[in-house]
Design a protein around this ligand. Structure first.
Ligand code: NAD
Length: 488
């Protein structure tokens, strides 16, 4: 069955093209999918444009759009096992993590399904009985949605659900490395009754299948999640048509541990912060800042536990984390570690490809701790997006804040301390979009997600997630007009 979904029809690319998808855990073939070129994307944009301009989706009552999203949530739950399996095969991540993701995804559709109907505009008191003034919300139009491979369906849901809730039409371009759950989602949207042309899917490489979404004049909004460099290029490409741009980019997130932190909790969460999904998490706590009086004891224990983390494939129940996404990505991580060591970092664990049954067939890289790092090292400044923790020492609150903010990124960060007031003070001074105090990684759909500084532009989730996808229109009506006589 063909894999591109354009104007309510499943079809293959205009120019023959396919891509083999292989599981990063062992290189096994997961499937062969169609690969779109720019011409297919342009057709998908035309379909989305027609569906927007001619309706009925943008003018469907918000409550009905919300109901459809709730139906999609139910279908996601129905298909949870197949979706989780497909996500794990594409990404190599543990099945249990994919299952958790599918629950989150269904919740995201539920959240925006309910929000769609709840946010209906407002009336403004004019003081003149014959004049009314109101603000109504309208969809932005055709949305280009481009997503990454680390949380493929979750990142897609964070865009597709609010875009549909607000009445937009869209063209989705998921990562070429992890297309299968996006294909499945389109089938669920079709089953739930999304009209033809409203939801369109193109698969393929970014510069070919994705690029037209940035500069095409018929695309009104570009929402992108991915790397900083790609985001910069897309923002520049979008400038020619002054389309609305939303960017969720990378992070190099500080995890600050004060000497008075609860030791067991802080060690445990420092490990989760950086080694979950082998560090391929935008909010990963990849920079550990630890107060100097605690440093030796804390890092010794962290290294002891990191060295014992078990690697394995998605269906290996003893595995604690999985492989990296590709050979190229592992090479990038290795290069950052080598550079860090050349710049004076001290290797405390990891740092070389693991050996062991089955591990040589996947793109595995072990949890790696680089101690005695400083802010001028590339491995501290750049997002390596792998299981690599850099450790810096600090003395006191002011230095912790200075080191934490010393990066172009501003996505997330954490503070561990038993002194509640100190933790709050530090949290208030971190230039990041999400701060966890004595915790790491949880999020709720009701709260905004997004980056300060070069981690992004705009917010996903929360009420602003919906606001990104709609325009506010002010309608002023005079029901008893009469000449004003200014120029009589
Ligand atoms: P990437 O930038 O390489 O690719 C992301 C998407 O952009 C893919 O679909 C890709 O095909 C497409 N793309 C690439 N070049 C393009 C071009 N020229 N035109 C149009 N599309 C193009 O990122 P990635 O490696 O897939 O994902 C990892 C990155 O995503 C990390 O930096 C991570 O921090 C970030 N991320 C951020 C968040 C967040 O919420 N802020 C969430 C997840 C991932």
């Amino acid at each position: 069955m063909p894999d591109l979904y354009i104007d309510g029809t499943w079809r293959g690319p205009l120019d023959e093209g396919t891509r083999e998808i292989r599981c990063p855990a062992d290189g096994s073939l997961v499937g062969v999918v169609d690969e779109a070129g720019g011409k297919d994307t342009v057709e998908a944009v035309a379909a989305a444009r027609r569906a927007f301009d001619e309706g009925p989706w943008p003018t469907t009552p918000a409550a009905d759009r919300g109901d459809l999203l709730l139906r999609v949530a139910d279908l996601l739950v129905r298909d949870k096992d197949a979706l989780a399996r497909a996500e794990s095969l594409d990404t190599g991540k543990r099945l249990v993590e994919s299952e958790y993701d599918i629950d989150d995804i269904a919740n995201c559709f539920r959240y925006f399904g309910r929000l769609a109907a709840a946010e209906t505009g407002r009336v403004i008191e004019t003081g003149t009985p014959s004049v009314d003034s109101r603000v109504v919300y309208e969809p932005v139009g055709v949305c280009g949605l481009i997503t990454p491979w680390n949380y493929p369906l979750l990142q897609t849901a964070w865009k597709v659900a609010p875009a549909l809730a607000a009445g937009n039409t869209f063209v989705l371009k998921p990562s070429e490395l992890t297309p299968h759950t996006a294909i499945h989602l389109m089938r669920l949207l079709e089953e739930a009754g999304v009209p033809p042309g409203v939801a369109n899917l193109v698969l393929g490489a970014g510069p070919e299948a994705g690029a037209p979404l940035a500069d095409h004049p018929d695309v009104d909004l570009l929402s992108f999640t991915g790397g900083l460099g790609t985001g910069r290029g897309l923002m520049a490409a979008a400038a020619g048509t002054v389309k609305k741009v939303a960017l969720e980019l990378g992070g190099k997130n500080p995890n600050i541990v004060f000497a008075d932190a609860d030791f067991e909790t802080a060690v445990d969460m420092a490990l989760t912060a950086v080694f979950l999904h082998s560090g391929q998490v935008c909010s990963a706590g990849a920079r550990l800042l630890v107060e100097d009086t605690l440093h030796d004891r804390f890092v010794d224990e962290l290294v002891r536990r990191a060295s014992g983390i078990r690697l394995g494939g998605p269906f290996d129940e003893s595995a604690q984390t999985g492989p990296l996404i590709s050979a190229a990505h592992r090479a990038k991580v290795e290069a950052y570690v080598a550079k860090g060591l050349a710049e004076g970092a001290v290797l405390r664990c990891g740092g070389a490809r693991p050996t062991g049954p089955g591990l040589d067939r996947g793109f595995y890289y072990p949890p790696t701790v680089l101690d005695e790092c400083s802010g001028d090292m590339a491995v501290v400044q750049d997002e390596s997006f792998g299981p690599v923790l850099t450790v810096e020492r600090f003395s006191g609150e002011a230095e912790a804040v200075r080191l934490a903010n010393d990066t172009v990124y501003g996505l997330a960060g954490a503070v561990f301390s038993t002194d509640g007031a100190k933790a709050q003070r530090v949290a208030a001074r971190l230039r990041v979009g999400t701060v966890w105090i004595n915790d790491y990684h949880p999020y709720v759909p009701q709260a905004e997600w997004g980056g300060f500084k070069q981690s992004g532009l705009g917010r996903e989730l929360g009420p602003s997630g919906l606001a990104e996808y709609r325009e506010a229109k002010h309608i002023w009506r005079n029901t008893d007009p009469s000449p004003q006589g200014w120029f009589a």
